[in-house]
Design a protein around this ligand. Sequence first.
Ligand code: NAG
Ligand code: NAG
Length: 595
Amino acid sequence: MLPWRAWFLAAVATAAVATASAARRPPNILVMLADDLGIGDLGCYGNTTIKTPNIDKLASQGVKLTHHLAAAALCTPSRAAMLTGRYPSRYGLVGDDDNKAAPVLLHVSSQAHLPLDEVTLATALSAANYTTALVGKWHLGMQCGFLGRSCPGPLNHGFDTFYGIPVTLFFEFRGPYPFWKFDLSQPAYQRLVGTWMVAMVSIVLGRKYLEWKIRSVILLLLLSNGFFFLYWFKVAHIGINEECRWGVSPWLHRMANSMVIRQDKVVEQPIRLDGLSQRLVKESREFLAQHAKDEQPFFLFHSFPHVHTPMFSAPHMKGVSKHGSYGDNVEEMDESVGALMDALREFDLEDNTIVYFTSDQGGHLESVDFQGRRIGGHNGRFKGGKAMGGAEGGIRVAGIYRYPGHLPAGATLDSPTSLMDLMPTVLDLAELPSVHELVPAAPRKDLDGESIADLLKGESRSPARPPRIFLHHCRKNIHAVRVDTGDHVYKMYLYKHKWFPGSTQCGWGHTEGCHCSKDKMHDLTKQPELYDLVRDPYEDHDPISPKTEEYKKVVGALMQHLNEWTRTVHYPSPQLASRLDVALLPWRQPVCFNC
Ligand SMILES: *[C@@H]1O[C@H](CO)[C@@H](O)[C@H](O)[C@H]1NC(C)=O
Ligand SMILES: *[C@@H]1O[C@H](CO)[C@@H](O)[C@H](O)[C@H]1NC(C)=O
C-alpha cells in the first residue's frame, strides 16, 4: 500500500469529524505554477509592454503579493518547498557545496526524490477527501521501478491522477541531435580510432600468419566491434566530452527524458512541444468538467512547462509579443491562465474555488538561444535571478490569491510572504484542520510556512507577534536571512555571487547560472551586509554601515537566530550531491513502446 494511502485511511476518521461539522462543501483549490517567470514579466507587476490580461485580471479580482518569496532559486527545491511548506534542506532535496552533481533532478530514471514521509498539500487535501490532480511539470523524482515499468512519482505524494512531464523542459528537447558523432579533433575519438585500427590489423594478421579459423575470425570481429561500439557510445553520449554537461549528450538527454507520462506510464516520447500548453489545458479542463458536480471538492495543480527553455509556442502565438520568443511564451502561458479561469466560470466553479498563481523562481538572466538572443525572464529592478542564493531577483516572484467573497478584490499585500505558506493558508481559508490533524499518522514535522489568511483578508497582525524570519538557501547552505519586524524588512547577506561588472548575472548561455559554487562567491560571514528593503527595496544604495546601532542590533539578533537554528535543526546529507542519486540509471529508464 502506498504510504499516503495508509495515512489517508488513518486520517478519514479525523477528517470526518472536521468536515461533518461544517455542512457546506469546502472550496475547490486551483494552483497554477509558472516556471522561471520573472516578476517583471507581468502587466500587473508593472510591465507596460507585455500583454498578460488574464493574470492581470486575476490580480484585480484577488490579492496581489508584492513581497512573495520562493524558498530556492531552482525548480526542484523550490517546488518541493511549496508543496510541503518546509525548507528543502530539511529533507535533503538540495545540492551540496561542490559542483559534482547538478542541484536539480535531471533524469526521469534518477533515484533522488521527495522523501515519502514528507506530507504534501496533495496528501493533506486527499486526507480531507479532495480529488487531487497534477497536470504539467513535476520535477520531484519519479521513483521508477525496474526497467521503468512504473514511475509513480506524484501518485506517491497524494495525487490521484497525473498527466504531464516528469522532470522539466530542457533546452535539448528541441532537438533533433545527431546520434553518430566522430570528432577526430578530440583525443578520446583519436584513441578510439587508434585502438580500433590496431585490433582490426591484429585480426587480419592472425588470420594470415597464425591461420586462425574463419569462424574464430568472425567471432573476434563481432566481439571487438561490439566492444568498440559501446566504447564509442560512452565517448559520444556519456559524460566525457564538453558537450555532455549533464552527464549525457543532448541526443541521449532528449531520448531519455523528453516524455509525457499519464499516471505512471509513458504515453508520448519525445514530447511534441507544439501544442503542449494547449494539451495540458485541455486535460485540466476535462478534469474540471468531470469533477464540477462531485460531492467532494477537488485540488487541481496546473504546473506550466512555460516559460522554461526551450521557447516554443503554438502557431497562433508565434510572434505576437514585443519581446521575441520569450515574450510569446509568457503571453501563451497567460492565455492558458485565461482558459483555466474560463473553464471555472463555465462549470460554475468560479466562486467556490481558491485560486493561487505563482512562479517557482525568478527569470533566468543568463539564458540565450543558439543565435545568442536572450530567452530569459525579466526580474524588474530586483538584482540577480534564477540559480542564485539570496539574490532578490531569483526568489522574489509574482503571487496572487483569489477567493471571491472571502478575500478582497484588487488588494495588494506588501508584507513578506513565502510560497511555503501555501499549504497552511489554503487549509485555513478552506476551514480545514491543520496538516498534522489531517494526516496524524505521518511523522510530525515543523512547518516553515505559515497561514497568511489574515494578511490576505487585510487584517493587520497583532503587534505582539514575533518578527517573521525567512532563510534563503543556496543548495543546502544559508546565504541570506530576512526579517519582517513590521516597520522594517531587513535582509542580511552571508554570501553573495560575484557578478560580471555592470551586470547582476554570472555569464551567458542556456546552461549558465551562478549555481552557488564557492569560487564564484563573496564570503561575507565575517561581516554580513545588511539592507532595509523598506527604505531601499532594490538594494541600490550602500548596505547599512556596520558602525550603526541599527546594524549591531539587527545583525546580532539574526546571527543569534542562525546559531540557534543550526544547533537545533539538523539537515540530512543532500540527495542531489551524490552522482549516483542523480545519474541516469538505464535499468530504471521508462520507454514508450507504442508512441
Ligand atoms: C468522502 O467522500 C465520500 C464519497 O462522496 C463520502 O462517502 C465520505 O463520507 C466522504 N468523507 C469525508 C471525510 O468527508
Ligand atoms: C517586460 O517584459 C519583457 C520580457 O521579459 C522585458 O524584455 C521588458 O524589459 C519588460 N518591460 C518592462 C517595462 O518592464
